[in-house]
Design a protein around this ligand. Structure first.
Ligand SMILES: [Zn+2]
Length: 939
């Protein structure tokens, strides 16, 4: 350590942190902290891998700090905590980046024209561009993690484990192929799962026309069903309308026409006179027929398929609109109801969100473009009753921002509905912090989760290992390993050479789908949703079951995971699904969920708005320990949002680290450091020392308990409060004893307390704690290799702690009484009388108190509540003493200003010398006083 304590001067924290980093590197401290612990006493931690498409932001720094604090704690508790870095490599974000970078136009068609091999290669090269920058920043943060042996979701080993997991799911009958109405991005030409949308709240508020359409009832002159909608494009194929069978409907006459709508929605009518001519139930409306607005798909219709008919289903509500809804295949409920009622199912939109060739006149147009045209056409045909602007929020693609729509698509699913009871029951054994997430957000998510669509029509991902008979879709083979692929490959030579299993390497390979090797299957083009990979991380990162089988099984599940709150619907969820399905247990025992860091103004941190300070600037200004402690002691560690405040980081630096540094400087300057840092082996004689030793044991107990409960906020706040207590109470009231000649006992207590405090702080503020260790103990070892302190009940004196707390309260009251009376603390007073429910403290504690509040006597009597009386009468002796104390202080201030050392002897002039005090003042201030015009140092 090149930095030594410079007395009275706050250190340059960032500078000495760099020195500590250097020490750790040359000392190999992280590796030592892992390997020195027994291999059979592990604490397993799973790191949620980040994407390396940008540099780390505060969210990453928060996550990394949490993932450092908790493992450091368990390491000090004697566990072997291995920490390996991971990289999330696949998925849409990186694909979109490459599309933009290489200016590939035309979405999927463009990529395929460019070449999947070249496209994936570009992704592969892009994905770890920033890894060394990440390593630099994460290391500077003080996070100990093994970057060298990192895993990547694009590693063949990782992908092979994902294959294995998928086949297991299939064999356990948790996977099915289906057709579902799911949110779809026409630009990326891919479906998105609900949790991808929910995760970062990718919704946008829009105002657009909402139209009330008229559907002419067959055989009832001038009578129309009214249906309200915001999606004109699917009115092109609306073969049915739906009502709620239990709702009450009315037929009204307005001007010359008759309209049908829900009774409770009469307010939806235009502001013109009307008269109710008939009341009916939804059931009555079922099966009545109406004239289609368009019929582009008449030629495709089977004789048994129905169109132009009203159906009834409970999903219809009367919350908005008319209580009558249009049905098209582009809605989850619509699709189900139409299927159940034998209605013709028509898809008129292609995979890029454009109308298909059958839609004469509008073919090739995007659905958003066609919206006004559909309404214009219907208006000329007098089939629009009303049109009003309507504000609502719509889902957008979380990567490209394109508005999503619901589309019925062939897709592979994990059968979450079937797994649901197990998912819910296995959540019961997981310890959540904050606790409310367990039965709140996470459990509710499990209760409502739809089946998980795991297939993506994309390129840069783990290919789904399914080879299908081109002429019989129901016949396919799933392989679960590279070995199995080689075994069943038609092109054996090509398969033998495989070292990578991305699409460009295996799409051309065919696989025998039957065991007799007569049918050549081709691979389905889809890749896995990259969340399947994240969810498989616990086993895929160690290439299970192909390698590390015993180690993995012995160490599963993990003790700890931590991410921000949105991961309750994403990574925590996908790990839970995979784990419960594959291994019949949860994948983690404890989960610490953080909130979201926002900019100081409460908005999302945004690079373009520059509404937050650069993390490295903060680190270089205040030091990483201040940033870490700021984050760990904030509400963000309870899953709440945090508006980032630079000032609060600065306050932590000043109120914790500078104060602590000053305490340490005092120790170095005045304590007897020759006693070393050892636990006092004697019965303390002074009440302040007894109290400090006892408080320390209570502190150890409290911090340990909080950390065991993953309550990092409580632990860090408790520690911060203790720094203040040591400085403003213990040290202030013990200065004279520490400065005194016979100070061995107090030095030992003081030094031991300072070191123990540093140990308790070590997980949170690893740099400062290390500096203290190297200054107090030695500069060749690390505090992070020391054992977590254990409370020693031998030193516990609860009654001293209770009484001290009461004394401190009383002292505060006395100080405020003095203030009210305009009496400085240096003015001695005769007596203070304390009335308190707490029994009188020991005599020596009362004596300490009398010194602190500067009264000759403290009287303590029993009473209902704390009350303090102060005798403010001043005798001439007290006045003179007050003047003497004032003079002493002024001389000391002068000496300090003049830069004098404690032992320097000076001559001072003063206008007057309080009678009888000259000798004492001269001794205490190391000066010779003569009378002069004003207070000053002569020489
Ligand atoms: Zn998109």
């Amino acid at each position: 350590m090149k930095n030594q304590v410079i007395l009275g001067q706050a250190p340059n924290f960032p500078e000495f942190e760099e020195a500590v980093l250097e020490f750790w590197q040359t000392d190999n401290t992280f590796v030592k902290s892992v390997t020195s612990k027994p291999a059979d006493k592990t604490y397993i931690f799973y790191d949620g891998p980040p994407f390396a498409t940008g540099l780390p932001h505060y969210g990453h720094l928060l996550a990394s700090t949490t993932k450092d604090v908790v493992p450091r704690y368990w390491t000090m508790k004697g566990y072997r905590v291995e920490r390996v870095w991971g990289w999330d490599c696949h998925g849409l974000p990186i694909e979109n980046m490459i599309e933009q970078k290489l200016e590939i136009k035309g979405g999927k068609k463009g990529i395929e024209a460019f070449g999947i091999d070249k496209f994936n290669d570009a992704c592969r090269r892009e994905v770890l561009q920033l890894d060394s920058e990440w390593e630099k920043i994460i290391s500077r943060l003080g996070r100990w993690v093994d970057f060298k042996n990192n895993y990547k979701t694009m590693d063949t080993t990782f992908m092979e484990s994902v294959w294995w997991g998928f086949k297991q799911l299939y064999e356990k009958d948790y996977v099915y192929e289906g057709r579902k109405v799911i949110l779809y991005c026409p630009r990326c030409s891919t479906p998105l799962s609900n949790f991808e949308i929910a995760m970062d709240n990718s919704y946008k508020d829009v105002t657009e026309p909402a139209t009330t359409y008229k559907y002419k009832v067959v055989d009832q002159p001038d009578t129309y069903l009214l249906a309200w909608s915001t999606t004109p494009w699917n009115k092109i194929v609306t073969p049915a309308l739906a009502v709620n069978p239990d709702l009450s409907y009315v037929k009204v006459k307005q001007e010359d026409e008759y309209y049908l709508l829900a009774e409770s929605r009469l307010s939806h009518l235009k502001d013109l006179p009307y008269e109710v001519v008939e009341t009916l139930t939804g059931k009555d409306l079922e099966n009545i027929t109406f004239e289609l607005h368009f019929d582009f798909y008449a030629a495709d219709r089977n004789p048994q398929e129905k169109v132009g008919v009203v159906v009834a289903d409970e999903f219809v509500t009367a919350e908005e609109g008319t209580g009558i809804v249009t049905l098209a295949v582009y809605g989850e409920d619509d699709y189900r109801v139409m299927k159940n009622n034998g209605i013709q199912l028509v898809e008129h939109v292609d995979e890029e969100g454009c109308l298909k060739a059958e839609v004469a006149g509008w073919a090739g147009m995007s659905i958003l473009k066609v919206n006004p045209l559909v309404d214009a056409e219907l208006k000329t045909r007098n089939l629009i009753y009303d049109q009003q602007p309507h504000a609502h929020s719509v889902a957008t693609c979380y990567r490209c921002g394109t508005r999503l729509y619901y589309a019925p698509l062939p897709a592979w699913f994990i059968d979450v509905a079937k797994l649901r009871p197990k998912l819910i029951s296995h959540n019961e054994s997981v310890n959540w912090f904050p606790q409310h997430l367990k039965h709140g957000r996470f459990k509710k998510g499990l209760e409502n989760a739809p089946d998980w669509n795991i297939s993506r029509s994309r390129y840069w991902g783990t290919p789904m290992p399914i080879w299908r008979n081109p002429s019989d879709a129901s016949q396919f083979r799933i392989v679960d390993s590279l070995a199995e692929l080689k075994k069943w490959a038609v092109q054996t030579a090509a398969a033998e050479k495989l070292t990578d299993i991305h699409r460009e390497f295996i799409d051309e390979i065919e696989v025998w789908v039957d065991d007799a090797r007569t049918i050549k299957g081709t691979r389905i083009p889809e890749v896995f949703d990259c969340w399947v990979e994240s969810g498989s991380m616990p086993f895929a990162a160690s290439h299970y079951p192909f390698e590390n089988r015993e180690v993995f099984e012995a160490r599963y599940p993990a003790q700890f995971v931590s991410e921000y709150i949105a991961q309750t619907r994403a990574w925590f969820y996908t790990m839970h699904v995979m784990s419960v399905a594959l291994f019949g247990k949860p994948s983690f025992e404890n989960v610490l969920t953080t909130g979201t860091i926002l900019a100081a103004d409460g908005n999302k941190m945004s690079k373009s708005k520059k509404n937050y300070p650069d993390p490295m600037t903060i680190i270089n200004q205040f030091g990483v320990d201040s940033l870490r402690l700021y984050l760990m002691s904030s509400a963000v560690m309870k899953g709440e949002n945090l508006n980032f405040s630079e000032k609060d980081v600065s306050d932590i630096r000043r109120n914790v680290f500078v104060i602590w540094w000053n305490v340490l400087s005092f120790y170095h300057q005045f304590a007897d450091t020759s006693v070393g840092i050892t636990k006092p082996d004697f019965e303390t004689t002074h009440v302040m020392d007894t109290w400090l030793m006892s408080r320390l044991q209570s502190l150890i107990t409290e911090v340990t308990k909080s950390m065991d409960n993953y309550d990092v906020v409580r632990a860090s706040r408790t520690l911060m409060a203790f720094v203040d207590e040591v400085s403003t109470w213990y040290l202030r009231l013990s200065r004279e004893r520490i400065k005194a000649a016979d100070n061995r006992e107090v030095s030992q207590v003081f030094g031991y307390a300072l070191y123990t405090l540093a140990q308790l702080f070590a997980p949170f503020a690893p740099f400062f704690s290390e500096a203290i260790h190297q200054q107090l103990v030695d500069n060749k070892t690390s505090i992070h290799l020391s054992d977590w302190p254990i409370a020693d009940t031998k030193y516990l004196h609860p009654e001293v702690e209770t009484k001290m707390t009461e004394v401190r309260r009383a002292v505060e009251k006395i100080h405020s009484l003095r203030k009210e009376a305009g009496l400085k603390v240096r003015q001695p007073l005769t007596k203070a009388t304390v009335t308190s429910p707490v029994a009188a403290p020991l005599a020596n504690l009362l004596a300490v108190m009398a010194l602190e509040v500067n009264v000759k006597v403290v009287a303590w009597q029993k009473g209902e509540e704390l009350n303090v009386e102060l005798d403010t009468a001043l005798t001439s002796e007290l006045k003179t003493e007050g003047e003497a104390r004032e003079l002493m202080r002024n001389i000391q201030v002068m000496r300090k200003k003049a830069g004098l050392q404690a032992e320097d002897q000076v001559t001072v002039t003063a206008p007057a010398i309080p009678q009888g005090w000259q000798a004492e003042i001269e001794t205490k201030t190391k000066s010779k006083i003569t009378i002069g015009p004003e207070l000053s140092i002569v020489q």
